[in-house]
Design a protein around this ligand. Sequence first.
Ligand SMILES: [Mn+2]
Length: 374
Amino acid sequence: MLSFIHTADIHLDAPVYTSSLSYELRQDDFRRTMRKIRDLVWEKQADFWLIAGDLMELHGGRRATAVFLRDLFASVAPTPVCIAPGNHDPWRTDSYYQSMEWPGNVFWFTPEWGVYEFPEKSCVIYGWGFPQPHVYESPLLDFPGKLDGYRHHLMVLHASVIHSGGEEHHPYAPITLDEMARTGMDYIALGHIHKPALFPHPQHKKVFAAYPGSPEGLSVKEDGPRHVLYGELGEEGQLKLEEIPVQTRMILKREVEVQGAETMEQLVDRVEQALSDVQDGQILAVTLTGERPAHFSPAIEVLQQRFTRFFSIRFADKTRPDLDVEKLIAEGGIWGRWVKKLLEEEAAAEDEQQREVARMAVKEALDRIGGVIG
Ligand SMILES: [Mn+2]
């Protein structure tokens, strides 16, 4: 049996969505998550630690972070750490990957296909790394093929798996399921897409490639628990994959219905209730929804101040004042004509961005009108 921990897309030293005041604290979270992953390599006594790119930023990545990684990887020696650079951490001469000395158990993949043989484990690890951020061809076109005489074949690769729909316009390093299948790998450890995904083999239908997702959420889209993959490969090539949560802090999205609240005190109570089950120290993105009395406009900065028990909390106010818009328009007064014009602009918007701007204008107008006549 052969085992591995697979992670990708840690993005150390990347700009993150929380406020700039907490940047260093958040960076500490990301490094703590890396230490947790290292601890898993120890606990599971994994044969390999596979890192499929976007480990630390080329632009903005700091030497101290590279030294942190160097020490971390040295701490699992002699376990091999196999790293395939991605579009955020391409294999360049100005990268710490090349300018620093790394421990002997770190195996880098570069823009020339790499093949590392581990005869004592009857295993070969193949991989490729980005030469620069923009790569629009499939790296698998140049895959040199599998070596004979080994039982296990693994690949580490930062790439975009293209589905027949083709949702991205210019995906980085696009590869298809068939291309992956043709390599004959037992497992392909992928990186790039921050949402976890498993890929069944087109013929035998068993999972043979996966994105673990980012192990610590970078934006509000990466909410909930975040994982690494622990894999075991049996003697006959049968694969077992397990998702193991490793995030240091969770990003959580909540909608709070404010229906009827007409004072800040009522609103704070409403939000407090809705968040009562959320642990301290998490990262919250709260959307306020529903109708509220036209005379009351929530003061976001007050809410912000009341929920300091969280690491950070953001509020998006999507409430609407309970004005009778149709009546307002029917009356034909100055308020009605204003709202009518803005609603027409919303309807005529040519794209989502224009529509959002128009919507904000309608909301602003209704707030103002509510403040005067509510
Ligand atoms: Mn990437």
